[in-house]
Design a protein around this ligand. Structure first.
Ligand code: NAD
Length: 380
């Protein structure tokens, strides 16, 4: 039996060279089917060799509101998983999920869900629940795909990672913007030095509607406002694009309905800016809810290098349509344009990896950098 190493402190802040997005775990791929064999002999097919449903992980869904069901649909389109069970305390939400996946049964509690014969659990609940629910699932030996944020603080993230290492199960977070068409090309261009030294990133995420569910505005349920909801994607992109780094000289300002907030922040922010150095790259970040933006959303990442630039930005205020471009002086080269059905790719990627190998993948430890930066933005 393999003995997992619990060594979060060894997480290398510089994580280059980087493997491709969807590579299987380098400890050696052990198919889900094989992992199942050790726990469930009843899964064996009549031929006495592999399970009947080889390579389709059995999943349970915890929290089947807006994004939970959207992600279920994406998985269904790819036909990558068996939908075993759903849990949501709101009966209408659970029923809508079960209508999407009639083969799935509705269960009565998170505890019941994680004790089922599942390979993985997909979590899409209010943000403050993510850490405890992830740990609960991991402790039952289930792999976890969790919506962002994985947890509210670095300390919570460390506890989730420790649980994933101890159970040796695959853990991933829905940082979906990494998966836009064209993003991987920008990342390669940065890695290969084609853009020169990246000295600045300008990152923006304004949601002019703001969330439509009350829990987002309640600190106990959300853990924070627009930084926790939207800024976290921008922080993740900064680390992901640059391949890691140390944060220093961070300054942040948080507002609520135009009033500057002071730490400790007890009210959720609806506008925030942060300026920091990520090694020798200046990162400027702005995010908001309910801003008069003149359109539904403004979502941008602009990358400035000594030899060239790149940008990803939303088109016509859309939350879903993006253009990805590279720049050389006044010249522009389009890498990707709408349509691009990118929303479910992170979940599909995790599910494919799970079908190959259910073990812990140490690359998830980059979420510590993101959580640490979020802590600094909240000045704690
Ligand atoms: N990756 C992204 O870009 C992205 C986009 C949207 C939302 N999200 C994240 O997804 C999560 C859910 O957001 P949403 O917009 O779908 O919210 P939502 O309110 O529509 O869905 C949350 C669901 O969780 C259920 N729930 C509440 N308590 C629960 C519990 N104890 N156990 C199980 N389920 C419970 C609710 O009944 C609800 O159906 C949030 O953390 C949010 O930040 C991520």
């Amino acid at each position: 039996m393999r003995v997992p190493q619990i060594n979060l402190a060894s997480h290398a802040r510089k994580i280059r060279p980087r493997p491709a997005l969807a590579l299987a775990h380098d400890k050696g791929a052990v198919p889900v089917s094989q992992a199942r064999k050790s726990t469930s002999s009843s899964q064996t097919s009549s031929k006495g060799q592999e399970p009947d449903h080889l390579s389709k992980p059995k999943l349970g869904f915890m929290g089947t509101g807006w994004i939970g069901r959207l992600r279920m649909k994406a998985l269904q389109q790819e036909s990558l998983a068996s939908f075993v069970a759903v849990y949501d305390p709101a009966p209408d939400q659970a029923e809508q999920a079960a209508a999407l996946a009639p083969e799935a049964r509705i269960v009565d509690s998170p505890e019941e869900l994680v004790q089922l014969d599942l390979d993985g659990v997909v979590i899409a609940t209010p943000s403050a629940l993510h850490a405890a629910q992830s740990i609960m699932a991991l402790e039952q030996g289930k792999a976890v795909f969790c919506q962002k944020p994985l947890a509210r603080t670095t300390e919570e993230v460390e506890r989730v990672l420790a649980a994933a290492q101890l159970s040796d199960r695959l853990l991933a977070v829905d940082f979906c913007y990494r998966h836009l068409n064209g993003m991987q090309q920008i990342r390669h261009a940065i890695d290969n030095g084609e853009l020169g030294r990246i000295f600045a990133l300008d990152l923006v995420f304004h949601n002019a509607y703001g969330p439509d569910k009350p829990w987002f505005y309640d600190m106990q349920s959300s853990g924070g406002g627009c930084v926790m909801d939207l800024g976290i994607h921008l922080v993740d992109l900064a680390f992901w694009l640059l391949g890691g780094g140390e944060v220093h000289q961070l300054h942040s300002q948080l507002f609520h309905q135009g009033q500057r907030l002071q730490p400790p922040y007890l009210q959720v922010e609806d506008y925030a800016t942060a300026d920091f150095m990520l090694d020798d790259t200046n990162v400027r970040l702005a995010c908001s809810w309910n801003l008069s933006a003149g359109q539904d959303a403004v979502i941008e990442a602009r990358i400035h290098g000594t030899k060239g630039g790149a940008a990803v930005y939303n088109v016509n205020g859309s939350f879903f349509d993006f253009r990805v471009e590279r720049y050389q002086g006044t010249h522009r080269h389009v890498l990707a344009e709408p349509p691009d059905d990118w929303g479910g790719r992170a979940l599909c990627d995790w599910t494919r990896r799970l079908a190959q190998a259910s073990w812990y993948d140490a690359r998830i430890a980059s979420v510590l950098d993101v959580a640490h930066t979020i802590d600094l933005i909240y000045q704690r």
